[in-house]
Design a protein around this ligand. Structure first.
Ligand code: URA
Length: 502
């Protein structure tokens, strides 16, 4: 018996999804449908609130496969992108994901085709959702709605347990474009662990009491509080950290679109601060305040500081610094730090290293070499994207030696905190960033170079290989040869990491 026997010819299936962001539900249904050979054009995917009326005669029961163990192919990359893309508010996303899953059964490499319309759309959804999450992280502003007296009232109601140490209840209003609220609960829980807070949004709400996370349905703007004394404090704080030397009005408007301003108390100050910025900047230069100060001792402090870094002209362009990333919980760290050159166009937009074409090639090569990117700390030697405009496009420019040497300060600060056992530099700029001098990749690859410890980083060794963008520029036998060398370098790195761990 094959699954096909369950699927009557011409049957049209309607899958009602109970939640907008339930990847596990979609995956379970999609798997069964693939196992029963139901082609994409025989399925209507209907999200919550969507009308299934058009498909009134459709079959609502998902067919049951004869062989539930039958293998359904889905690349790791697909699963990673799909988990995020499903949060997009495009109603066609479920069908798109199914189409790509279906196509992978006959062509497991479909995700590698960068020109394919479905693949491009999937990447676009993923990018947009990441950007929306980034906005949520950056623009949520809590307002105090209940002071300590209020907390005491809560106790009188038998609700004394679990109130965060922060005292009072903080409420924020945010309007996401996509269904990202639940997916970002962990971020806010970690960041505001000791506070008692609610984030209200028209797409559902989160409530944290210091111990448990609760969800509730959509809220309206009127449910959230207006201003309060915390706002005055926040404005004062913002004015004090506002760095006039960092000011790029165009970039600021791009990053902090005006529509978010109404929920951000500090936004009221912006026109005034912009007006005073030039004068203040000259004063800072004169006073030598732009010199590097002490090396930051947390990754969060580095992240904050690189956003203000204008030690070289790259930071003056319309871009945002991109911080390195690694396992949230240091215990999962494999000891490997991967260093690239600088963020590209897509990394600049996403605020994450190696997410564009070079990142995708890197991911595929690491996977092939059985190196877990998720257990490595991935960063760049230069923190801002250097480019020139060509029409509407931003074209990558290599950083020069002076820019790399200036930016070494930050990658060294990261190394001091991350304490990698092995650093893998991708390409000549990264190698210079780690060594402070230029080396030839073809001569340096394959042989580890000891790195001087930096502020308690401990011993580590540097391995150098080519940059994935270099591979991307080649084709034919030259590309095959460089991929072979790249794989050989990665295999040596994996083996060395195992030795160092053992
Ligand atoms: N190239 C790099 O060197 N780093 C990135 O993050 C992306 C592309």
């Amino acid at each position: 018996m094959t699954g096909l026997q369950h699927v009557k010819l011409g049957t049209y299936y309607v899958v009602n999804l109970p939640e907008h962001d339930d990847f596990a539900f979609w995956r379970e249904r999609a798997r069964a449908l693939v196992q029963c050979d139901v082609p994409p054009d025989r399925i209507a995917w209907v999200g919550p609130g969507g009308s299934g009326d058009l498909f009134a005669h459709g079959e609502r029961r998902t067919p049951v496969p004869d062989d539930p163990a039958r293998i359904v192919r889905a690349s790791k990359r697909f699963v990673k992108l799909a988990r995020n893309a499903i949060l997009h508010s495009d109603t066609d996303r479920f069908a798109l994901l199914y189409r790509l899953l279906w196509r992978q059964q006959s062509n497991p490499r479909v995700l590698e085709d960068r020109t394919d319309n479905d693949v491009r759309r999937l990447e676009e959804l993923d990018r947009t959702v990441r950007r929306d999450s980034h906005k949520m992280h950056a623009f949520v502003r809590f307002r105090l709605v209940e002071d300590d007296a209020g907390e005491a009232e809560g106790e009188a109601d038998g609700d004394g347990e679990g109130n965060g140490e922060g005292g009072g209840h903080y409420v924020a209003w945010f309007e996401p474009d996509h269904h990202i609220v639940r997916a970002n609960a962990g971020f806010f829980k970690r960041r505001f662990a000791n506070m008692n807070w609610s984030i209200l949004t028209p797409k559902g709400c989160l409530h944290w009491d210091g111990e448990t996370m609760r969800e509730s349905g959509p809220a309206r703007r009127e449910d959230a509080p207006g201003g309060d004394p915390v706002e005055a404090l926040w404005r004062k704080y913002y004015a004090s950290i506002f760095n006039p030397a960092r000011l790029k009005v165009g970039a600021m408007l791009k990053e902090m679109p005006r529509r978010y301003w109404k929920n951000m108390p500090e936004a009221e100050l912006i026109p005034e601060l912009i007006a005073g910025a030039q004068k203040r900047e000259s004063e800072m230069v004169a006073a030598g305040e732009l010199e590097f100060e002490e090396r930051p001792d947390t990754l969060a402090a580095i992240d904050k500081a690189i956003h203000g870094c204008r030690k070289c002209p790259i930071g003056e362009l319309e871009n945002e610094a991109v911080m390195g990333e690694g396992p949230d919980d240091g215990s999962d760290f494999s000891g490997l730090m991967i260093v690239g050159e600088q963020p590209g166009d897509q990394e600049d937009m996403a605020g994450k290293p190696f997410v564009g074409p070079a990142g995708q090639l890197l991911d595929a090569q690491l996977e092939r070499a059985r190196i877990d990117r998720g257990a490595a700390y991935v960063t760049n030697t230069v923190k801002h994207f250097k480019y020139v405009m060509r029409g509407k496009r931003r074209l990558h420019q290599n950083p020069n030696a002076k820019e790399i040497d200036t930016c070494r300060w930050w990658v060294e600060a990261e190394r001091a905190i991350v304490k990698p056992k092995l650093v893998l530099a991708l390409g000549a700029s990264a190698a210079r960033g780690m060594l402070g001098k230029t080396v030839s990749i073809s001569k340096a690859r394959g042989t580890p170079i000891p790195l001087d410890p930096v502020d308690g980083s401990g011993a580590s060794e540097l391995w150098i290989t080519a940059h994935p963008s270099y591979l991307l520029r080649l084709d034919g036998p030259a590309r095959d040869e460089q991929e072979r060398l790249f794989q050989a370098d990665l295999a040596a790195v994996r083996q060395r990491l195992e030795e160092l761990a053992g």
